[in-house]
Design a protein around this ligand. Structure first.
Ligand code: PMP
Length: 429
């Protein structure tokens, strides 16, 4: 037997041994851990009978489609803009994004005749650019609304802007682009200043009915002492006269309670007013009680940043443990002179992206699943769940305990090597 075959036998024995332990571990979704949620338990009861908002309205009653004034101020500080350009909604930024795109598609952003669906004739479809790998739930919104997705390469500075600009100049049916500009889900990239500047000018190529869906979900979710700065899309867009093209979204889902946080959106005043009117058809106002308790609890950006430091204390050891396993298990190892994989070391956010050798991500996920370790399905970070190179695996270490991560990562590292050896043998190497 060759050395590779010996090694594979040894790994298989270890793998079978792990299987017999019937593990049940999960590294799939970017959920905060219970200890993180506990940091915000003071939200419960904080109003203590005082429901008066800054402008004297009663948070318990109907109304306030744009959000209560103090929550708009808070969200404006978070999104680095003016309160008049902000709407604060319910608990989910994903819901805001879905509703915004549905509104544009069906209703029109500048009157009914501007509805995106009117522009697609016959068998044509409206299209979105999807920097990939990206966030699977953005892609689900496109699928649900029959919007065709065009993947765009991500590099370390952000999406490939030459490609973005070229596609936009060729195809007027492209009406939007999804972005997670800071600590991107899943690859941790922070868009470079030059990239943000080019984004702010896209409206001049794509026209008034085009929208940049700038999902700044991880704006304050740092894992380093000197967080990188993201350039301000709204400010730059204002400068270039393209503010209507920029839709900036955020939420406190990974700051307070993931399922009961506060979500917000910013753009031009006209856009925000149009959107609030659209939402007004389906609701007589958002949960203002939750908005009020969020502002009383977080207070301001200083309060929020202090809380994020507490999150970091819980999250950082988990990220470090994943990275330790990857480094110790895989760094420097090669099969056929090729590294077994590469991975990101993000400065913030919720994910580590692992790349296998081409074609092996699906097999690694399958081997892990059979050994009791659930990973996000291979391909799910790509439009239509098709990773063309079949290399991306998203690791989400926030929810499991350190002990669980330790066990899961042992299995992961083993499965990466096993899958790579298998492939090398079947290729006759
Ligand atoms: N955007 C991104 C990029 C995310 O990763 C997530 C959560 N995984 C969300 C939005 C969901 O946010 P919310 O809870 O506010 O709907």
């Amino acid at each position: 037997m060759t050395n590779a075959a010996d090694r594979r036998q040894a790994l298989l024995a270890e793998y079978e041994n792990i299987k017999s332990r019937q593990l049940n571990l999960d590294l799939t979704r970017g959920k905060p851990a219970t200890a993180q949620l506990d940091l915000s338990n003071a939200l419960d009861g904080i109003l203590n009978g005082d429901y008066r908002c800054a402008d004297g309205t009663d948070a318990r009653n109907y109304g306030g489609g744009l959000g209560i004034p103090e929550a708009r101020q808070f969200a404006a500080d978070y999104l680095e803009t003016h309160p008049s350009q902000v709407m604060v909604g319910g608990n989910s930024s994903l819901q805001i994004m879905y509703q915004y795109v549905a509104n544009a598609m069906l209703n029109g952003l500048q009157g009914a005749e501007s509805a995106w669906q009117n522009e697609a004739k016959g068998s044509e479809r409206i299209k979105f650019l999807c920097p990939a790998p990206g966030y699977d739930r953005h892609f689900s919104i496109c699928e649900a609304l029959n919007i065709e997705m065009i993947p765009v390469r991500m590099n370390e500075q952000g999406p490939n802007m030459d490609e973005v600009e070229q596609l936009l100049s060729q195809d007027p049916l492209i009406k939007g682009i999804w972005c997670v500009p800071k600590y991107a889900n899943p690859n941790g990239v922070v868009y470079a200043d030059e990239v943000v500047d080019r984004f702010a000018r896209l409206g001049t190529i794509a026209g008034a009915n085009f929208r940049i869906m700038w999902d700044n979900a991880y704006a304050e979710h740092h894992l380093s002492d000197e967080p990188p700065q993201l350039a301000n899309l709204l400010e730059l867009s204002d400068k270039y006269g393209t503010l209507d093209n920029a839709i900036v979204i955020g939420s406190t889902s990974k700051i307070t309670f993931a399922g009961a946080g506060m979500a917000f959106v910013a753009s031009s005043e006209a856009n925000i007013k149009q959107f609030a009117e659209y939402l007004g058809i389906s609701t007589i106002g958002p949960d203002k009680v939750n908005q009020l308790r969020h502002v009383r609890f977080l207070k301001d950006m200083t309060g929020l940043r202090a809380l994020m430091q507490e999150h970091r204390k819980i999250l950082q050891p988990k990220f470090e443990l994943v990275l330790k396993h990857l480094r110790e298990g895989l760094s420097g190892k090669t099969i056929n002179n090729k590294a077994l994989g590469s991975w990101t070391e993000p400065a913030g956010g919720y994910f580590i992206l692992f790349d296998t050798q081409p074609g092996l991500a699906g097999r690694v996920v399958e081997l892990c699943a059979a050994a009791g370790v659930k990973l996000t399905p291979a391909g799910s970070t790509w439009p239509y769940k098709k990773d063309p190179a079949n290399t991306n695996i998203r690791l989400a270490p926030s929810f499991p305990s350190l002990k669980e991560i330790d066990e899961a990562m042992q299995v992961f590292v083993l499965c990466v090597e096993l899958a790579t050896l298998e492939a090398s043998e079947s290729a006759g190497n």
